[in-house]
Design a binder for this molecule. Sequence first.
Ligand code: ATP
Ligand code: MG
Ligand code: MG
Ligand code: MG
Length: 459
Amino acid sequence: MKSAQIREAFLNYFAEQGHTRVPSSSLVPGNDPTLLFTNAGMVQFKDTFLGQESRPYARAASSQRCVRAGGKHNDLENVGYTARHHTFFEMLGNFSFGDYFKREAIRFAWEFLTKELKLPEERLWVTVHISDDEAADIWLKEVGVSADRFSRLDEDNFWQMGDTGPCGPSSEIFYDHGADVPGGPPGSENDDLDRYIEIWNLVFMQFERSADGELHPLPKPSVDTGMGLERIAAVMQGVHSNYEIDLFQALLNAAGEVVGCSNTEEKSLRVIADHIRSCSFLIADGVMPSNEGRGFVLRRIIRRAVRHGHKLGHKDIFFYKLVAALVAEMGEAYPELKEKQSLIEKALRKEEEQFAKTLDKGLALLDEALESLDGSEVPGALVFTLHDTYGFPTDLTQDIARERGLTLDMDGYEKAMNAQRERARAAGKFKQDYTDSLDLDGATEFLGYDRVSAEGKVV
Ligand code: ATP
Ligand code: MG
Ligand code: MG
Ligand code: MG
């Protein structure tokens, strides 16, 4: 089954169960200035869940474009290292706004997986929250899931929107990719490896947490679910890694052609194929590379992609050339991507040209320093110079360091940054500290970046 067919099968199945099909919303959340990017299907329904917005339906289903590259959900560091994480992905979801609850949500999910997609039950593992007897009973007694593939977990199975507000237990469904892949079942020591991959998360919004931490039952409990399209596509296509699914083949081939690398299992190629999706969709949704906020996250992703091209030995501007392949692959499902193609290409090209001016020199400086490195820590002063003079965001230097088994001296980096700030202040050049204007930063869900320099650069 192709990814596009799975998407349709999902939306059709839930339409048959009385759900209204709702289009994906933008990656820039329209209803929440505190959230960096749309990172789940429920984001566009947040006010409906909170009872602050009413909709003409009580059941909805969507395929939501999501980015997890900053904030509470940041999978940037996982890309290239796990089989299951992307910066950009599509989340299939069904939602109940005070309508059905656990029993139906579980039944729908199980029926879709085992009847519609015909997945073998023995491959599916289920978890619920330790406190959730109700969900446990439904799974074990009504659905008849084997106790051997069922467990009760704590933090992993409790969801909350923030420190206060709606929250509740969740239930997750995992797929066992087989004994030849390393990793243990959910809740075991090695569950983070990629044998048992979480495919679907069902959240039962059941309580409201007040400021004193107390849980109060909601009068009308709701359901929010999310299943990664790429993960379920990997399962359906009999491959282990998300990067082996149909959606990625054309992108990996295009990337390989442009940078001159024919091995589609090459990590850097996968990073590039992942990043072209997040970068293009972010630009299509109105984000432009910049030194702060969302634009800075975009800039960081672009620069990482460019550096990976470099690592594969490709020195010319290349990243923007992949937009055409992406549009060919996803333009039908997302017409806005097609409409904005030339804008995306221009923005990526400009950013890459700018970075190309300093990338080579910065890498040479880093290489030279690492040759005579004493220990396993990249000195903070060097991390700072790379950032300040060569435009290397710290996560980019970190990415290079990790490949070589090194870490960064972030305290030293901080010191160098402060020293520079002082010098600028003394010289009267200090203009504005942007920290205040970035209250995005302090919000519960958005801890997108750590530091903001005196120049307003987010670092
Ligand atoms: P994981 O534990 O594997 O990081 P998660 O628990 O963070 O996943 P949820 O927040 O529960 O993920 O999101 C719902 C679903 O979205 C997941 O079950 C998964 O199928 C999918 N998903 C989450 N993060 C990613 C990602 N970075 N790339 C692709 N799919 C993802
Ligand atoms: Mg995660
Ligand atoms: Mg998880
Ligand atoms: Mg989850």
